[in-house]
Design a protein around this ligand. Structure first.
Ligand SMILES: Cc1cc2nc3c(=O)[nH]c(=O)nc-3n(C[C@H](O)[C@H](O)[C@H](O)COP(=O)(O)OP(=O)(O)OC[C@H]3O[C@@H](n4cnc5c(N)ncnc54)[C@H](O)[C@@H]3O)c2cc1C
Ligand SMILES: *[C@@H]1O[C@H](CO)[C@@H](O)[C@H](O)[C@H]1NC(C)=O
Ligand SMILES: *[C@@H]1O[C@H](CO)[C@@H](O)[C@H](O)[C@H]1NC(C)=O
Ligand SMILES: *[C@@H]1O[C@H](CO)[C@@H](O)[C@H](O)[C@H]1NC(C)=O
Length: 588
C-alpha cells in the first residue's frame, strides 16, 4: 500500500513548511453506544467495500488469557456469532464483522504484552494484539530480529497472521510472517463439559499449525504467538530508477538478487524503481531509519485540500491535467529519499544502512498523542481526506513475466490511461515464498499491489477504471492470481479459495475447532466457498468492484459507462466510456 503516499507530495506542496507538533492516532474500530453493548465495528478507513455498517450486540476487551477464554465461552454457550477486532483493524474486506446483528466482538486491544523472550533459542512469545511496531522493538531490545514483515507497522501480530501478510523475499523461508511462527495458543469453542471454551497449544510439527497460522480469524481467537527470530542484523538499502524496457525479464530474477528486493512500476513514465536491499554485518557503520513518507502523519488541512484537488481532477480534469499532476508524487518521494535517513535525522545519500527493526517497517502516524485531529494518518476517516482502494494479488513467479508483458501491452495501448497509477506511486511488486500454511501462497510468487482513487459517492464512475479492472481480471483469471486476504474488493475473492490446493484441509480443521461456526460470518463463508458468493450483483456493482459486469446496468449507462470486453484480455468485462466503434486496436 505504498501507493497512498501519493498524497503526501501534494500535501507538502500545498501546505509547505508547516511543522507537525503531533498527530491523532487512528480511531478505534469498535464503537458502542452504551458501555460495551450496541456496537458497530469497521476498518481503519471507516468503510468496507460494500459500504455496509457492521453491527454487534456487544463487545468485550479481555486483558488476560483467562478473560479471553471466558469471553469465548460466553459466546459459545449462547451460540452467538463472534469476531476478533484489533487495535485499528487495517484490513479492507469485511473480515472483522461477526455477521448478523446480535454478534459479539472480542477486542485484542489490551492483549499486547510480551509473554517471554528466550534469547538463547531466539524465540519470543507475545500476546496476539501486540502491534508490529512494539513487537520488532521488543525483539531488538533482546538482540533479536524478525527477518520479514509488512512495511506498515500499525497492524497486530494476530491480524497480520490471519491474512497472510508479508514483506518481500524469496530467500530462506521467505517474506511471510507466518513462516516464522513456531507455536501458538488459540482459544476455541468447546462442549459444555469442557466449559464451552478451551485453549489449544500448537507447536511446530503439528499439522493444525498450518491451518492456524493463516486462519482468516475463523478458527478461534489466537491468544499467544511464538516466533522464531534471528540475531539482530543490519540492512543496506538503495533505490535505483531505470527504464522499463526489460521489466518482464527483471521481475523473474530480482527477488533472487537481493534478500529484501522489491520493484515499483510507474507505467505512464515507463520507469521502474528497484529496491536493492540486502543484509549486512551488524558491525557496518550506520544507524539509518525508514520513516516512510506515506506512513507519516499529515496535516488535516493538507489532506482535505489534496483530496479536493484529486476529486476535481477525477471528475472534471482532462487526461493531460491528470498526467501532469501524476508526475509530482514520484518526483517528490525520490527527492525526499522516500522518508529514509542515514542517522534518523538527515539523508546524506544511498545506501542507507541501519538495524533491521528501524528499516523493516514504519508508520509514525499511529504513534503521536491526540491533538484534536490537527494531523492524522492519510486515510483517517474522520476527515474528508484521501479515500482509496487497495488491490493486492499474487502471481506464480513462473507466470509473472508473461503477466508483465500483457500488462505492458495494455499500457502501450493508451499510456495516459495509466497516469492515475503513477500518481499513487505505481504498482509495487514483492516476493513471497510457497508456504505450508493451508491458506498461504501455494507457490513462490510475485505480489502486485496497487492503490487507486475511491469516490465518496457510491457507484460513481471514474475515468480509465476499465484499465485497472482489466488488469485485475487478467491477473485473477488468466494468470490464476490469488488475492491478498486483507485487501481487495469483493469480486477478487470469487472462486479464490479453489486456487488453494489445501483449502479442504483448512475446512476440516475449522469444522473440528468450531463445529457451530460461531467464528464464521457471511463474508468468511462466501470467501471460503462454504455458502454464497462474495459478489453483490446490483445496479453499478462493477463500478465498486462488487461484481464483474455482465450487463450495462452493472456500470453506469446514464453517465456513458457501458459493460465492454477487455482490450488485451478479451475475456475481461469492464465498465468503459469509450465508444464501441472507437476501438484503439483498429487504429494501431
Ligand atoms: C497502510 C497499510 C500497509 C499495509 N502493508 C502491508 C504489507 O506491506 N504487506 C501485507 O501483507 N499487508 C499489508 N497491509 C495489509 C495488512 O497486513 C492486513 O490487512 C492485516 O491483516 C491487518 O492487520 P490488523 O491487525 O489490522 O488485523 P484486522 O484487519 O483487524 O484483522 C484481520 C482478521 O484477523 C482476525 N484476527 C485478528 N486478530 C486475531 C486473533 N488474535 N485471533 C484470531 N483472529 C484474529 C480478525 O478477526 C480479522 O478477521 C497493509 C495495510 C495497511 C493499512
Ligand atoms: C451480549 O449480548 C447478549 C444478547 O443481548 C447477551 O446475552 C450477553 O450476555 C451479552 N454479553 C455481554 C458480555 O455483555
Ligand atoms: C499496550 O498498549 C498500551 C495502551 O495503548 C500501551 O501504552 C503499551 O505501551 C502497549 N504495550 C506494549 C508492550 O507495547
Ligand atoms: C468543471 O470545469 C468547468 C469548466 O472549466 C467548470 O465550469 C466547472 O465548475 C467545473 N466543475 C467542477 C465540479 O469543478
Amino acid at each position: 500500500m505504498r501507493g497512498l503516499l501519493v498524497i503526501l507530495p501534494l500535501v507538502v506542496l500545498l501546505v509547505g513548511p508547516l511543522r507537525l507538533v503531533g498527530a491523532s492516532p487512528p480511531p478505534q474500530p469498535v464503537a458502542c453506544t452504551s458501555g460495551t453493548s450496541d456496537c458497530t465495528v469497521t476498518n481503519v478507513y471507516g468503510s468496507f467495500p460494500d459500504r455496509t455498517i457492521c453491527r454487534a450486540a456487544n463487545a468485550s476487551f479481555p486483558r488476560t488469557e483467562q478473560e479471553l477464554v471466558a469471553a469465548v465461552a460466553a459466546a459459545a454457550a449462547a451460540k452467538r456469532k463472534v469476531k476478533v477486532a484489533t487495535r485499528h483493524s487495517h484490513s479492507f474486506p469485511k473480515l472483522a464483522c461477526p455477521g448478523g446483528r446480535d454478534g459479539t466482538i472480542i477486542s485484542t486491544r489490551f492483549l499486547n504484552r510480551t509473554v517471554s523472550v528466550d534469547a538463547g533459542r531466539r524465540r519470543m512469545t507475545v500476546e496476539s494484539g501486540m502491534v508490529l511496531r512494539d513487537l520488532v522493538r521488543a525483539a531488538a531490545a533482546a538482540g533479536l530480529a524478525l527477518p520479514h514483515s509488512p512495511y506498515w507497522y500499525g497492524i497486530t501480530i494476530g491480524g497480520l497472521l490471519a491474512t497472510g501478510a508479508h514483506g518481500s523475499s524469496l530467500w530462506g523461508k521467505g517474506s511471510a510472517v507466518h513462516e516464522y511462527v513456531v507455536g501458538l495458543r488459540i482459544v476455541t469453542p468447546a462442549p459444555e463439559s469442557q466449559g464451552f471454551a478451551v485453549v489449544r497449544e500448537l507447536v511446530a510439527g503439528d499439522p493444525d499449525l498450518d491451518a492456524a497460522k493463516v486462519s482468516l480469524g475463523v478458527l478461534g481467537v489466537i491468544s499467544h504467538v511464538t516466533l522464531e527470530l534471528q540475531p539482530q542484523f543490519k540492512r543496506s538499502v538503495r533505490f535505483v530508477t531505470r527504464d522499463d524496457s526489460d521489466f518482464a525479464e527483471k521481475v523473474a530474477v530480482w527477488g533472487g538478487l537481493h534478500e529484501f528486493g522489491d520493484m515499483a512500476w510507474l507505467p505512464r513514465q515507463g520507469k521502474l524503481i528497484y529496491r536493492e536491499d540486502d543484509r549486512v554485518d551488524v558491525s557496518m557503520t550506520g544507524n539509518g531509519l525508514n520513516d516512510y513518507l506515506g506512513f507519516r502523519a499529515q496535516p488535516t488541512l493538507g489532506l482535505i485540500t489534496a483530496r479536493a484537488a484529486e476529486e476535481r481532477l477525477e471528475k472534471n480534469g482532462t487526461d493531460i491535467a491528470r498526467c501532469l499532476a501524476a508526475r509530482v508524487p514520484a518526483a517528490l518521494f525520490e527527492l525526499q529519499a522516500y522518508g529514509f535517513t542515514n542517522d534518523g535525522v538527515f539523508f546524506t545519500g544511498w545506501p542507507v544502512v541501519g538495524f533491521q527493526h528501524r528499516i523493516q517497517a514504519s508508520g509514525t502516524c499511529i504513534s503521536s498523542p491526540e491533538d484534536g485531529l490537527l494531523s492524522s494518518c492519510t486515510w483517517d476517516p474522520r476527515i474528508r481526506g484521501p479515500f482509496f482502494y487497495n488491490s493486492g494479488f499474487s502471481i506464480a513467479l513462473s507466470k509473472a513475466p508473461a503477466f508483465v508483458a500483457d500488462m505492458m501491452r495494455l499500457r502501450d495501448l493508451n499510456p495516459r490511461a495509466f497516469c492515475d497509477m503513477d500518481a499513487k506511486l505505481g504498482i509495487l511488486m514483492r516476493y513471497v515464498k510457497a508456504s505450508s500454511a493451508y491458506l498461504g501462497k501455494p507457490e513462490d510468487c510475485v505480489d502486485f499491489d496497487v492503490t487507486y482513487y475511491r469516490s465518496y459517492t457510491d457507484g460513481e464512475p471514474r475515468p480509465h477504471s476499465d484499465m485497472f479492472d482489466e488488469l485485475e481480471q487478467m491477473a485473477l483469471r488468466k494468470y490464476g492470481a490469488i488475492p491478498h486476504w486483507g485487501k481487495n474488493r469483493n469480486f477478487a475473492f470469487d472462486g479464490a479459495v479453489a486456487k488453494y490446493p489445501n483449502s479442504g484441509e483448512f475446512l476440516k480443521v475449522k469444522d473440528r475447532y468450531d463445529p457451530d461456526g460461531i467464528f464464521s460470518s457471511e463474508w468468511s463463508d462466501q470467501v471460503l466457498g462454504i455458502k454464497g458468493s462474495p459478489n453483490i450483483v446490483d445496479v453499478r456493482c462493477a463500478i465498486e468492484g462488487l461484481c464483474v459486469c455482465s450487463d450495462d446496468s452493472h456500470c453506469s449507462p446514464e453517465q456513458g459507462y457501458f459493460c465492454r470486453p477487455g482490450k488485451v484480455f478479451k475475456e475481461a468485462m469492464v465498465c468503459s466510456d469509450e465508444k464501441p466503434t472507437g476501438d484503439r486496436r483498429d487504429e494501431l
